[in-house]
Unconditional design. Sequence first.
Length: 401
Amino acid sequence: MIFIDVTWSHDDDIALAVSGGVDSNVLLHLLITKYQHTFKTLTLLHVNHQQRVESIEEESYIRDYASRHGLKLYVKHLEFEDDSFSQSKARELRYAFFMDVMAGKGIEHLLTAHHLDDDYETIALQLFSGRTPIGIAPSRQMDDITIHRPLIHMRKDTLYTYAEKHHVRYFEDVTNREDNYTRNFMRNQILSKIDGHPHLSVSSLSEIRDDYQAIEAVLAKHFAHITDSISRRTFVNLTELEQIFVLRKLSGDTSLSRKYAKEIAKVANDDTSNAAFVVSEETIVIAYDSIYVKDKRASDTALEITASGRHKFNDYIIDVDASILPIHVRTQEPGDKIPLDFGTKKVARIFIDAKVPTEKRNHIPIITNTLGEIIAVGVMYNIIDRDLLNIERMTIDDTEK
């Protein structure tokens, strides 16, 4: 007997992505029979990729099924130019269609028929391509939509058995037998052979995933203090696994491949002074003794301070006494110099001597008096008594105020 995980409420409107395959058709059958009391309304979503002749019959069957059972159905035909079809592009277009329909109808719960074999395939693909083996989660959030996978704990052969017992019609995608796509190759040439071996078990993949997640939980606790940067010296003394975890945390990209992470780590370990690596939507910068995420926030460029107290300028807190007001705060300008006992020194040279990465120089406050003379440069130079003018880098607590 089949039991599915019901992670939505009985008063929810739900949508089901139905392809016509055994997995989605079995889930559909379960929803309109044994589990019909678990939701308010059910809407079907079908995408015809128009890549196979059989897709015409599949769409026709789903339309007829929806009509016979009084279910709302929305169908999308995808158009691809010659030889432009790809699994990733098709998936992107599929989910865009799902999100558009559901947003328009006010439906917040999407059910997909991913099963345990899909989970095994995903873990294996992630492992053998150097990515984090996270598999397929039972549910996840996409914008305002919750995606539920109620069959994720179930093997596909169980679905075939159910379909035969309850006379559930389904369609087989013959292209799944071909090894043109990496996932198909993993399924047909590797996992199927492991599954049929008396001394091997594909379920070990789930155990590997669980072990890795336990390790990551320990690493997350150990590196909780790292948010957007880490000392280069500290980084190069970490183990390879720790370095990969830190780079994934800095970039926010848990799918950062091991190969690319090792390339970044290799540069951090050699004598290269400055380098930058694009990771997903972030840029990881290696500069002098620091590894950090490039700040994409708009930075302050000028501030006139006419009142005493604490003032914020980019990542700095400036504490000013009334006796030295007014003062002007700005960022570096060409030709900036500070007076010394014997001559002057360029602000640019101060930054170089302090090994301040180029990326961060335009965030440092340059403070001038009413005569336009530089009286302070960040935390590196200050000719005013600190009781009257104190500059500090912001802490985590300051950012939350």
